[in-house]
Design a protein around this ligand. Sequence first.
Ligand code: SF4
Length: 204
Amino acid sequence: MASMVRISHYVNSTEVLGPGKRFVIWFQGCHKRCHNCINPDGQREDGGSLISVEHLCSLITKEKDIQGVTISGGEPFLQFEQLKELAGKIRKNTKLDLMLYSGYTLAELKKRFGCKEIGEFLQEIDIFIDGEYKEELDMGGMYRGSDNQKFYFFTERYREFKEQIFSAKNRQIEFYVTTDNETYMIGIPPKGFYRDFLEKVGEV
Ligand code: SF4
């Protein structure tokens, strides 16, 4: 039977969540409750929708103009089996790089799943960003919400850009409107942006 993964949404191509143009997938469900979470809709475990890992991979392989895939959330490790399957298929069938976010720290993941399991999985992840969002440590760093979140470069692919990525402050966001008139914000917004934005559109 095909493995199903619960995701919040995906976008076929964006330039704001990792190097170059990327396919981005947001896994649905997160147990953390970070103050001013930048994706509160992604927390509910029964939200989003189910899609087969196979189908998601076919959507990715159809994209000819991307250099990588970013997997964010929500919390991807709440569906670790599907995450492993998805990453494995991307690795096997494409030359795309992989960037992965988790609200858990690397130490928390090792404790939860075991060092061997986590070590084997992460060795093929090009860029891994760990840890929950802490608004008081939000210093505008590129690709991360707050400075407690660490970057890990488990492959050679982006290691030479490590310092550049650590020190960059040019965060960008995009709004993506689907044919069903749903709007998604992509990227890491400036501190307080989401709250201010919702106030302006009258949702809080
Ligand atoms: S880990 Fe991410 S999705 Fe989960 S509550 Fe924190 S900011 Fe929100």
